[in-house]
Write a protein that binds this ligand. Structure first.
Ligand code: ZN
Length: 378
């Protein structure tokens, strides 16, 4: 067993990391893990951290391995942020932590899961620390792509690039790790387009599977403009429900923690000089909720895109496997009822909605316009 077993379809990466662990001459103080969402860049960083701490190069069983993988190792600090940006205070704190020597492990390690979410001023603080690393300190940064990180930072990091794993490899993982039936595992891996986390949710969480059924039902349910408007409202509603399910409880806990830190008792009035900090937190939380909702909508659109791409492959008679093989009947029917040109227009309507969402156009307007673009044109 090895901590690297969780890295599915990333043999090229595992080889580099194992060599760095085994041979101090291949070791570097700063690494940058990049890869598309779901490729497992933060999982890779975590496994690497464990292998560095472990006496046996990442056995997966010793205390160092278990603590590092579980996020409780005293010498491994994780920064994972749900906020839009990582703030400068947090990074200053990290730099101080990183300068301390390890207490239990062989290295002092800092993992930053969203290194792309820093403004330049914050990146500069980090840059200084990476330029002059302490003897046994390692920085592991993660970002979607090299371009997402300031050039001064990435030029000092060793790049590790993860790829989208083959669906079959993801399915094998679901079978061996989560006990999913092989057939269901492959369907989930294909439907999730090899995003490991989403594939696992689809295969093991009935709500996620239900949500997907609802989205895959969208193409069949839009017959005219009136349906389109209804469907759009429903999709936006789903996305905000998803956002508030994650958010509400966490928001309350964060606020309670901040109040405690500020020394304000339950139910006590907030002193004027502290209101700014509370307001700042509430603004951050609001921004985060907006982002979670947009991310949820974007995932819905990616699912719809995959549906119409499947329709397109059927219309063009191409022999590739369907992404949504479990909805083959619907796909065949829509392929027969529409023309390839129509499918192209529908795909373009979804692409445009994604761009608008990215440009902060109001979600409901965006999704309505998209849904109207999906209706059959007679
Ligand atoms: Zn170990």
């Amino acid at each position: 067993m090895s901590v690297f077993d969780v890295l599915v379809g990333q043999e090229h990466v595992v080889e580099v990391l194992e060599r760095a662990v085994a041979d101090p001459r291949s070791m570097t103080h700063a690494w940058l893990f990049t890869g598309p969402p779901g490729s497992g860049r933060s999982v890779a960083a975590r496994a690497f951290a464990a292998a560095l701490q472990c006496e046996n190069g990442g056995c997966g069983e010793c205390r160092d391995c278990r603590q590092t993988m579980g996020g409780t190792h005293p010498d491994v600090t994780y920064v994972s942020t749900d906020k839009v940006i990582i703030d400068i205070k947090e990074v200053r704190q990290l730099v101080t932590t990183a300068a301390r020597s390890a207490s239990q492990g062989r290295w002092r390690i800092v993992v930053i899961e969203d290194a792309d979410r820093m403004v330049e001023r914050t990146s500069n603080v980090l840059l200084k620390a990476i330029e002059e690393p302490a003897e046994r300190t390692v920085w592991l940064l993660c970002a979607p792509s090299l371009d997402d990180v300031m050039v001064t930072i990435r030029s000092r990091c060793r790049p590790v690039s993860l790829r989208i794993p083959p669906a079959q490899a993801v399915a094998d993982l679901l079978v061996s790790r989560d006990g999913v039936e092989p057939e269901a595992a492959l369907a989930a891996a294909l439907a999730a387009q090899s995003h490991i986390g989403i594939a696992k949710r689809l295969a093991t969480n009935p709500e996620a599977a239900e949500r997907r059924r609802a989205i895959m039902g969208v193409p069949s349910s839009i017959r005219g403009v009136a349906d389109a408007v209804l469907v759009a409202a429903d999709l936006v509603e789903r996305a905000s429900e998803e956002a508030s399910a994650v958010g509400t409880e966490r928001d309350a806990v964060e606020k309670a923690n901040l109040m405690r830190t500020l020394g304000i008792e339950d139910g006590e009035k907030i002193p004027p000089q502290m209101r700014g900090q509370i307001r700042q937190l509430e603004e951050d939380q609001k921004r985060r909720a907006t982002r979670v909702q947009r991310d949820a909508l974007d995932r819905i659109m990616v699912d719809l895109l995959s549906f119409y791409r499947d329709v397109s492959t059927r219309q063009l008679g191409s022999d590739v496997d369907l992404v949504n093989s479990d909805f083959a009947q619907d796909i065949e029917r829509i392929a027969a009822e529409s023309t390839p040109e129509q499918t192209v227009r529908r795909i373009e309507a979804i692409q445009q909605a994604r761009r608008r969402l990215d440009a902060n156009v109001a979600p409901l307007l965006t999704v309505e316009a998209m849904a109207v673009g999906l209706r059959p044109q007679g």
